[in-house]
Design a binder for this molecule. Sequence first.
Ligand SMILES: [Zn+2]
Length: 273
Amino acid sequence: MKAVIVLLQVVLIFPLLILFSGAILMSCNRPSATAKKNNKDRTIKASKVSPNEVKKTLFLTFDDGPGTGTNNVSQTVEYEKILVTFFIIGNHVFNSRKQRQTWAALKADPYIELCNHGYTHAWHNNFNKFYLCPDSVVTDFKLTEDSLDFTNNIARMPGRNIWRTGTVKKTDIQNSVAAADSLRKAGFILIGWDFEWSLNPKSLNVAITADTLIKKLDSLFEHNKTRKAGNLVLLAHDRIFKNSYNFLQLRRLIEKLKNRKDYRLSWLSDYPN
Ligand SMILES: [Zn+2]
């Protein structure tokens, strides 16, 4: 009889114990909402590539969201688990319920860094007038900062490839110098771009394929044609990835970059100095 009881214990209780401990383990491994939020710190940058192997740090940056195409980019980022930076236009967040929802999703995404692209995109692309009023430019960027609560002070001036970091000072269009200097003085770090993945204006497809783009990036790195050796800022716009061909090219770009041991993708807050 005793042997039968022991046998019953083994047959019935042991599997239950395994099930129970499995459930505990699963719940421990699943990141909580807090953990996910906290992932938006530097710990997520731990990569399989050792720092010694990395020769090229690439900063993928996407401008002008939230809007058309933003979700396509962010879903790819989430799926591929790569670090990218979005430059946000303040009033795009509040234009519609859908854009507010997109903004909320970007904010919660641990792989995305959010930076300031001004509130009105230079008074709705009135670049020359806008940049002649440095005080208004500062007000425009501060309004975005105050309404969106960024965790960094990185900004990009709309329609201008202007840099004001600790070590890089570049201005593409000289009548914007005063505005750029005022933004810097107000505490913003300005980062432009080394290369733009632009559109063919006729076809509205990306002007070069992902494969050609990677060759171009390799060449820029190898010939030291970036603002800082070993670091390259790539500009693209969210809206171009609404187009399914461009979206496929973006996915191909990211897949290929992830397989390159000499490349590392990072956030702009990681840009040197
Ligand atoms: Zn822009």
